[in-house]
Structures are given as structure tokens and as C-alpha cells.
Design a protein around this ligand. Structure first.
Ligand code: UD2
Length: 317
């Protein structure tokens, strides 16, 4: 059993990571400012005596160091972030604070407290418009948003900490993560949560463009497992890895999969393409397999079924 501190535990990926860590017997400290996270995501975790929650802003150095004084974690999984790409354009200062300053605060505190490992939530957004596909970690990174730029800068900062101070630091470039508890409320929320919500309301999913754009959809339970491995697996070294499936799915194909699950025809509504959208995004999962022993095991059909069975969408009502 290890003592692991998770930043952003009340968020979508954070809460699944906490649930898995607790299930595996670890002691978990969670630090969240609840800017976008929700305590309801932690209702299961809150039942465990091995879970300790502190409401605090990770970008503020003094309180975060005080928490580390008390928690004395062996590893930190740093997931707290400003999570929306469009919001990073609207609020560049907040993006810088939450997606870069906070990384510095966490890394420096980890170093000072003798934390051995750190896992960082990076993003496929660091690649920007880079081709060819599938994207591997040696591809040139050309971020096209303040969000992607801050994530890339954080990766570099952390690579320096790993090299200079001997911490083991893993940066995870998450692709299109989906699953239960993903918030569908904004037009910029993940497309799968948006589609489910529309179907649950009895309306048509809206596709921006012709629907032939593709994404690499990875199930949140797999992402949580990648985080667990990076934080706890023996003999893991520092590095960067895509967290993806290596399988492309078009939005039209996604709608068809949902229709099969519902056992009825679904006719999406096509509207104008979304400005700034990239056409295709597909990652190579090889590095994660070699460096971490991680392979995403949930197929899209299985992941969608899990969403459906958990009833997050209201589709079974
Ligand atoms: C994903 C990440 C983002 C960043 C980016 C990097 C999510 C939620 N976002 O953005 O954080 O890492 O990748 O490239 O994972 N769409 C519709 N209808 C809808 C909603 C979306 O057609 O109701 C389309 C959208 O135009 C796009 C695709 O679905 O072509 C995926 O959109 P998204 O917002 O789920 O994710 P993406 O790939 O833009």
C-alpha cells in the first residue's frame, strides 16, 4: 500500500483515478479547489477511511506545502487543471496559473518533500496540427491553443525536475477520454457526453461538419489504470507517453455504435464545422505499452455500454 496524493480528485478523470487507487488498497489524499470538480463525483470515495479530502488551490504554494507536510505522500498524481481548450483562450491568465504555475508548485513541493514519483495529466493538445498519423511521442509538437502550450511547457518543466533532482516523472498525453461522470453541460464538453445527453433528452445528436473527422477515444477506466501504473509500478522510469487506443473512430461511426446499443435508428443533425477543429487525431499506444506496461483494454462498444448501463445519460429512464 502506498500513500498517494491526487490533485483534482473531484474531476472526471480524477475521481475515477481515486476510486481505483482506493480499490487497490492505497491511502489517498485529494486536493481540489472545486472550480470545476464536483463533490458528488467523490461520493463512493468519501465512504473510505483511507480517503482524505482537502479543499485548496494547488497553484497556491504555502497551503499546498502544508498539505504535503501532513500527507507525506510517496507519489503525486497531478490532474488539477483548467480543462477547457476554449476557456484557455478566454482566460489566458487563469490557464497559465492552473496549467503551468500549478505544475511548478507541485513539482517544487514534491522535490522538497522527498516525493519519489509524479504523474502529470498532459494532453494530445500538445501535438496541435502535427501529422502524420498515428502520432507518437517523437512527433514535432505544435500546440495551437494556450491550453496545449501550457501543457507542453509543463512537460518540459517536469522533464527538468526529473533530470536534475532524480524524481520519477511520467507525463501522460491523454487523447479523447470519455466515460461516466463526464460533464456534458458545455458545448465544448466531450462529444460522447454531448451525444448521450442529446439522446437522453430525446433530441438528435449534433455533428459539427460531415462527421468523417476521427478521434482516438479512450475509456476513463483505462486512463485511471494508466495513472495507477505510473504511480505505483516498480522499475518505471521517467518519460512521456500517449494514453490512447491507437484506433480511429469517426463521429458517424460513433453515432452508429450508439444506435446499435439503443436498438433504434439515430439520425444526427449536421451543422457547420466547428472553427479550429482538427480533422483527425490518432495516437500510437506503443510507448505506453513498452514503458508502462499499459494497453487500453476497453473497446468503444464496451465503454459505451458501460455508460449506458450506469444510466448517466438518462437513456434508460
Ligand atoms: C480534444 C480534447 C481537448 C484537447 C484536444 C486536442 C476532449 C473533450 N477534448 O478536443 O481537451 O485535448 O482534443 O486535440 O477530449 N463535436 C460534434 N458535436 C458535439 C461536440 C463535438 O460534432 O456536440 C465534434 C467536434 O467538432 C470534434 C469532435 O466532435 O470534431 C471531438 O470534439 P471534442 O470537443 O469531444 O474533442 P476535441 O477532439 O475537439
Amino acid at each position: 500500500m502506498a500513500r498517494i496524493l491526487v490533485t483534482g480528485p473531484a474531476g472526471f478523470i480524477g475521481s475515477h483515478t481515486v476510486d481505483l487507487l482506493l480499490k487497490e488498497g492505497h491511502e489517498v489524499w485529494g486536493v481540489d479547489n472545486l472550480r470545476t470538480g464536483r463533490m458528488s463525483n467523490l461520493s463512493a470515495a468519501g465512504q473510505s477511511l483511507r480517503f482524505h479530502f482537502v479543499r485548496a488551490d494547488v497553484a497556491e504554494e504555502a497551503p499546498f506545502n502544508e498539505i504535503l507536510d501532513e500527507a507525506q505522500p510517496e507519489a503525486i498524481i497531478h490532474l488539477a487543471a483548467l480543462v477547457s481548450v476554449p476557456e484557455s483562450f478566454e482566460q489566458p491568465d487563469e490557464n497559465f496559473r492552473l496549467n503551468l504555475t500549478a505544475t511548478h508548485v507541485v513539482a517544487e513541493a514534491a522535490h522538497r518533500h522527498g516525493v519519489k514519483r509524479m504523474v502529470f495529466a498532459s494532453s494530445a493538445a500538445v501535438y496541435g496540427r502535427t501529422e502524420p498519423f498515428p502520432l507518437d511521442e517523437h512527433c514535432v509538437t505544435v500546440p495551437i491553443s494556450p491550453y496545449g502550450a501550457a501543457k507542453l511547457a509543463s512537460e518540459s518543466l517536469l522533464a527538468g525536475y526529473a533530470e536534475c533532482f532524480g524524481l520519477i516523472i511520467r507525463s501522460h498525453r491523454y487523447f479523447n477520454v470519455y466515460g461516466p461522470r463526464q460533464d456534458p453541460s458545455s458545448p465544448y464538453s466531450g462529444v460522447i457526453s454531448r451525444f448521450w445527453e442529446r439522446l437522453g433528452e430525446g433530441s438528435q445528436p449534433i455533428i459539427f461538419g460531415d462527421g468523417e473527422q476521427t478521434r482516438d477515444f479512450v475509456y476513463v477506466g483505462d486512463v485511471a489504470r494508466a495513472n495507477l501504473l505510473a504511480a505505483t509500478k516498480p522499475d518505471v522510469r521517467s518519460g512521456v507517453a500517449n494514453i490512447c487506443t491507437g484506433r480511429p473512430t469517426s463521429l458517424n461511426g460513433l453515432v452508429q455504435s450508439m444506435a446499435r446499443l439503443l436498438g433504434r435508428e439515430v439520425r444526427p443533425m449536421h451543422v457547420a464545422p466547428r472553427q479550429g477543429d482538427i480533422r483527425h487525431s490518432l495516437g500510437s499506444p506503443k510507448n505506453a505499452a513498452v514503458q508502462l506496461g499499459f494497453t487500453a483494454s476497453t473497446t468503444l462498444a464496451e465503454g459505451l455500454q458501460e455508460l449506458f448501463l450506469r444510466g448517466d445519460s438518462g437513456l434508460r429512464d
